[in-house]
Design a protein around this ligand. Structure first.
Ligand code: GBH
Length: 493
């Protein structure tokens, strides 16, 4: 083997049941490091300076479903404190900052007939401040905070929403595309289409499960493909930016090495990641989704498949509508075959698997997030193999702990062990990973968990009027990685 491994076995405290090797390889010169946030989770100023109402304003104000009853009305107050954010990004030494634009700050009513100049000014200031600090702005157009008016008309279950989003994207390209060169259209469609059926919750309605997940995903893909196409025709030549859609994927570790479980693992990866990645790379849904959902639909008495079909024109537009694969990855689940029992129609049942956690995996403060760094490498190798060795950008990866932990050993170990596996994927498996984004720059509003779990490299004192940002130990550790391009004290060249 070309590269030797320094076996720095880490068993820092009793909490760390598993010891692991830390890679002493050096990150490639061109490799970029960044950190990320999203608008609703940090900005606050929910009804200031002309901003319209988003789904999350509506949910948090009118429903009691956030764990601690909190909301994002103020959050980190980044609308007023973006200079503080730029300062800590600078301190970290990141190459780029991935943030999202609040659709309702630019288009308060969702549509382009009314553009809110204060919102435009805010993002211009942020973008210009970042560029001045030599930090590239990477922009997500939509990170779950859809204008409530569009939520009322059915969110992405309504095909028109795709077209409305294209107008929004066009507006963003023309306003900011001279300076923004990396765009993410939509963040984690699987989460809002299938895991958190927010549209239905926020409408106080129960939308038909097994139908709306796929309608939503279908219209998300249409929106993304049209936006990608618009950019190629109207902006690419003058702005020369790059576009993708951020897809989240757990690794589906086979529960046993039986053929059935290996197949179940592949099936689950195609249902989760492949649902969106396959159409972009190959122009249609994976055949295992098409076949399984058609069969199940028929067994369940539907005269049609619950998975919609693309027109030929749409397939042509979808195929190749990405400049890199944008991957959000946090965790792994064990995956076992469950093809024997046909349950009620819904996205999670349709994959015909059972998923659970290995009891030996380190836990975190978020129940869904267990630490299994090997799963990261396996997922990267799987993506390389299945999708023609694409360029992969890690758009999110991070660890959850409790409020107020400044000596965040758990997060340091998570970053260290996940980045070790990333280095192995690059150097031993030849996976083309070009950037890594730590979620999150700072503690923020963690959706249904409110402020009860924390993902930040920086602590935010939500009780202080200043929303004071304080570096956690992980911030210094990450800063050191960026500076030395190395996870240990001395790295191989
Ligand atoms: C990311 O999603 C989001 O992009 C980001 O906004 C968020 O802050 C970050 O995660 C941390 O949560 O509650 O058992 O149904 C990560 C992927 C997919 C993880 C949905 C949580 C729900 C699990 N998420 N999943 S459960």
């Amino acid at each position: 083997m070309l590269y030797s491994w320094l076996t720095v076995v880490l068993c820092l405290s009793l909490k760390w049941v598993s010891c692991y090797e830390v890679s002493n390889l050096t990150f490639p010169d061109s490799f970029l490091f960044g950190s990320a946030t999203s608008a609703y989770q940090i900005e606050g100023a929910w009804n200031e300076s002309g901003k319209g109402i988003s789904r999350w304003d509506y949910i948090t104000h009118s429903m009691k479903i956030v764990l601690d009853g909190s909301n994002g009305d103020v959050a980190c107050d980044s609308y007023h404190k973006y200079k503080d954010d730029i300062a800590i990004l600078k301190e970290l030494g990141v190459n780029y900052y991935r943030f999202s634009i609040a659709w309702t700050r630019i288009l308060p009513d969702g549509f382009t007939n009314d553009i809110n100049q204060d919102g435009v000014d805010y993002y211009n200031n942020l973008i210009d401040g970042l560029i001045e600090a030599e930090i590239q702005p990477w922009v997500t157009m939509y990170h779950w905070d859809i204008p409530q008016v569009l939520n009322y008309i059915g969110d992405f279950n309504n095909p028109n929403t795709s077209d409305y989003m294209v107008y929004y994207a066009d507006t963003l390209f023309s306003l900011f595309g001279d300076r923004v060169k990396t765009w993410i259209t939509i963040n984690e469609p699987i989460t809002f289409c299938a895991h958190y059926p927010l549209g239905s919750l926020a409408l106080g309605a129960v939308l038909p499960p097994g139908i709306t997940e796929y309608l939503c995903g279908h219209n998300v893909l249409r929106a993304h493909a049209k936006i990608y196409d618009l950019y190629q025709r109207k902006y690419k030549e003058s702005q020369s930016g790059r576009i993708s859609i951020a897809l989240s994927a757990e690794y589906a570790e086979p529960a046993t090495d039986s053929a059935a479980d290996l197949e179940a693992s592949e099936r689950k990866l195609l249902f989760d990641f492949g649902w969106f990645a396959y159409p972009l790379v190959y122009g249609n849904y994976p055949s295992v989704m098409i076949d399984t959902i058609r069969n199940l639909s028929s067994l369940q008495g539907y005269p049609f498949s619950r998975l919609p079909t693309f027109t030929l024109e749409e397939r042509l537009l979808l195929k190749g509508a990405y400049d890199f694969i944008a991957l959000n990855h946090y965790t792994t689940s064990l995956t076992a075959d469950a093809s024997a029992d046909v349950k009620s129609p819904n996205f999670l049942n349709d994959a015909l698997v059972n998923q659970y956690k290995d009891s030996s995996w380190e836990t975190s403060s978020a129940s869904w997030l267990t630490v299994y760094p090997e799963g990261f490498r396996k997922l990267l190798v799987y993506i390389k193999k299945t999708y023609n060795n694409p360029e992969i950008v890690i758009t999110e990866n991070g660890y959850a702990d409790d409020p107020g932990v400044l000596n965040d050993e758990g997060r340091i170990n998570y970053i260290k062990s996940y980045l070790s596996q990333l280095l192995k994927a690059i150097y031993e498996d030849g996976v083309n990973v070009t950037a890594y984004t730590a979620w999150s720059l700072m503690d923020n509003f963690e959706w249904y968990n409110g402020f009860t779990v924390r993902f930040g490299l920086y602590n935010v004192d939500f009780d202080s009027p200043n929303k004071t940002r304080t570096a956690k130990e992980s911030a210094s550790y990450y800063r050191n990685i960026i500076e030395t391009r190395c996870l240990v004290d001395v790295c191989e060249e």
